[in-house]
Design a protein around this ligand. Structure first.
Ligand code: AHN
Ligand code: ZN
Length: 336
């Protein structure tokens, strides 16, 4: 089967059926009371700036494609670690030699920013920072060109850098770990003629899952941001997150709705995707929610610029960054 084009497994009918039986008026009344109470006690988070997040995306893209073993990748890694330091995090750099699908040794670097290390109650926020070496969803002549990855890579990192800046200004009640995973996007391309290998995506998170930055690392839950910058992006419930972290999926989408971002955060099932959150959950038993742009218009399940040369700054929209950044910020500042 064509792996790349079958990443998304179409949503089953089951999800829809489960809704039919519930919804008595007493239950609705209860839910409404809870809603009002939560609204009254809602902590207003510091203001997320989409301009600032956009600037961090631009800075990453300006290095060039962040493909492991390139100078752009090394320079951007230094930039990201320096930014987290500047925003007051305790920074861990995990350097690792990871083997790609074709035997290439990738000089990888996971970058972790820790806030309020003594706090037992923690939430982890993550995104991958590398960009794909192949525009393998573009015309064939571009298959071996690296992509800018303004959306696929830089957007999630940009939003998280802005959140790091906010945490420095005003700390939330809980501890936060911001993790930039490397080597997510060096997965086996369709054009590869050699033998198929499983688990070739998400190499950085697989490494971190086996060897976290601190031993026995735990968090209440995690949020993964992947492709959160396209104009009119749509974030549906992602299948693996639903199965392993549904409480937190609900919490995030409900917050988005409340803040007026229901047109981005669609409360319906999308597909299921192998992404860093899978390994966070498998290796560390931390429920982790993937906020990822799902689009069933095309053949890939992703947005039209996915793994093409069009994944560049021109297709980044500040309104989407605002929707995601504001929502995630509100979620973490309301954890106790
Ligand atoms: C797979 O293609 C198996 N997973 C896609 C995860 C991804 C790639 N996210 C961004 N690029
Ligand atoms: Zn990708």
């Amino acid at each position: 089967m064509n792996r790349l084009k079958n990443i998304w497994i179409t949503a089953t009918l089951l999800g829809g059926m489960a809704f039919i039986s519930c919804g008595s008026s007493a239950k609705k009344e209860n839910a409404r009371t809870e809603d009002t109470q939560e609204k009254e006690t809602m902590v207003v988070p510091p203001a997320f700036s989409a301009d600032s997040a956009y600037r961090y995306i631009e800075e990453q893209v300006t290095f060039g494609p962040r493909v492991p073993n390139t100078s752009a990748h090394r320079a951007c890694g230094d930039y990201l670690a320096a930014q987290l330091e500047r925003f007051g995090a305790k920074v861990y750099n995990q350097h690792a030699d990871l083997m790609a699908y074709d035997g290439t040794i990738l000089k990888a670097r996971n970058i972790i920013g820790v806030y309020n290390a003594e706090q037992k109650k923690r939430v982890m926020l993550c995104a991958h920072w590398d960009s794909r070496p192949y525009a393998d969803q573009d015309e064939e002549k571009h298959h071996h060109s690296a992509i800018d990855g303004a959306n696929d890579g830089a957007s999630g990192v940009g939003v998280l850098l802005e959140i790091a800046r906010l945490i420095q200004q005003k700390a939330p009640a809980i501890g936060i770990d911001i993790i930039f995973f490397d080597a997510e996007d060096y997965g086996i391309p369709d054009f590869y003629k050699g033998v198929y290998k499983p688990d070739t995506w998400c190499l950085g998170s697989q490494y971190w899952g086996r060897i976290p930055h601190v031993s026995d690392y735990k968090a209440r839950f995690g949020i993964l941001l992947d492709m959160v910058g396209a104009k009119n992006a749509t974030f549906y419930y992602e299948g693996y997150s639903r199965r392993t972290a549904n409480r937190f999926v609900k919490k995030i989408w409900k917050m988005a709705e409340r803040l007026g971002y229901g047109n981005y955060f669609i409360r319906e099932d999308g597909g299921e995707v192998t992404d860093d959150h899978v390994y966070v959950n498998q290796y560390r038993q931390i429920p982790c929610v993937d906020i990822i742009h799902y689009d069933n218009q095309g053949t890939t399940g992703f947005n039209p610029t996915w793994h093409t040369l069009d994944d560049n700054l021109q297709h980044i929209d500040k309104a989407t960054l605002q929707a995601v950044g504001h929502t995630v910020t509100a979620v973490i500042y309301n954890e106790k």
